[in-house]
Design a protein. Structure first.
Ligand code: MG
Length: 344
């Protein structure tokens, strides 16, 4: 009973142009993947490609065509299927993650259980999610902070020569806990200079201060002992974690990087074995992509799953962020449904 694959490109519009240290876009093209089995049960997943990691909606479509003949005959055959995909297209994490999510959704639907329940997790342990404030003018930043009033934690994008003004604008508008993400936008000198400033503004931790390969520099930032350091761009898969141990305090997992739900679980286990903090992040995604990652949040310390909240035309309903608290769906599989009847 072969699985049939259907794909559709969805253009997500963000409420504000979303800008980080290496630039930004108004629209984001993601790919909705549907795997249907012989009984007509459908598993859904979403590919959220990032140009930084070499993917676009078009490369995702090409890779999905390439992987289609390698879909498992039995959707429960997850380990072998994901292993095969990773061997064929090692770099295309977003495309592979969509298939992984769709297979997990299908398995959960066949069993009538949510994915978090198949993993034995307690949804009440899901952390609160931060809400991200992209790079902008101080005036716009103040406005975004006010719009984010329902979120208890903010993540501020830094990595420009206006970082102090950005932090000042945020702090003028709120006294909420802050996290910052430089997206590899600082030099060693600038990062060391910014540490006491971040501390002064009450920042909880700093994400990816330096380029991904500068582990020596990142370790030096951490050794100052001023703030915990979490890496995102430096950590793609579980195999990256042992060499990061001792250099950083934690890692940020994204399905679009690691390429599968099972790899995300391996990353969590590997990071824990090295005594590290675990965070989960996202790209600009609909609620379908966000929900796939939300299912393992009961295992993590911090979440930044605001991708769907940043969009203005989310076509799906799944995990929600209620006053910052991540709430997992209780329906079978990923528990995601269309917002309207359009995709039913
Ligand atoms: Mg990041």
């Amino acid at each position: 009973m072969a699985l049939s694959l259907r794909t559709e490109v969805i253009t997500l519009k963000t409420k504000h142009p979303f800008v980080i240290a290496r630039g930004g876009d108004d629209d984001t093209r993601v790919v909705w993947v549907r795997l249907r089995d012989a009984d007509g049960v459908e598993g859904w997943g979403e590919a959220d490609p990032s140009r930084y990691y070499g993917e676009t909606a078009d490369t995702v479509l090409a890779v999905l065509t390439q992987l289609e003949p390698h879909l498992p005959k039995d959707p429960f055959d997850l380990e072998a299927a994901e292993g095969r995909f990773a061997q064929l297209v090692p770099k295309n994490g977003a495309a592979r993650a969509a298939l992984s999510a769709a297979l997990h959704d299908l398995v959960g639907k066949r069993l009538g259980q949510p994915v978090w329940r198949l993993w034995g997790l307690d949804p009440a342990r899901a952390p609160r999610s931060s809400f991200t404030i992209g790079i902008d003018t101080p005036e716009k930043i103040r406005q975004k902070v006010l719009e984010a009033s329902s979120y208890p934690i903010l993540k501020i994008k830094l990595g420009t020569d206006r970082d102090e003004a950005t932090l000042r604008a945020v702090r003028d508008a709120t006294d909420k806990p802050l996290r910052v993400d430089a997206n590899a936008g600082w030099t060693r000198e600038r990062a060391l200079q910014m540490l006491p400033v971040l501390k002064e503004y009450g920042v909880e931790f700093v994400e990816q201060p330096l380029p991904p390969d500068d582990l020596e520099g990142i370790a030096a930032v951490r050794r100052r002992g001023i703030l915990p350091v979490v890496v995102d761009e430096s950590c793609i898969v579980a195999g990256d974690i042992p060499r990061l141990a001792g250099a950083v305090d934690g890692i940020n997992i994204k399905l679009a990087k690691c390429g599968s739900l099972r790899e995300a679980l391996r990353m969590i286990a590997t990071a824990r074995a090295h005594g590290m903090l675990v965070m989960v992040g996202c790209m600009i995604e609909s609620s379908l992509g966000i929900t796939a990652a939300a299912h393992f949040t009961p295992l993590v310390d911090a979440a930044d799953l605001d991708g769907a909240a940043l969009t203005a035309n989310d076509p799906f309903v799944g995990a929600t962020i209620d006053g910052g608290q991540i709430r997992l769906p209780t329906g079978p599989g990923l528990g995601v449904r269309p917002r309207s009847e359009r995709g039913a």
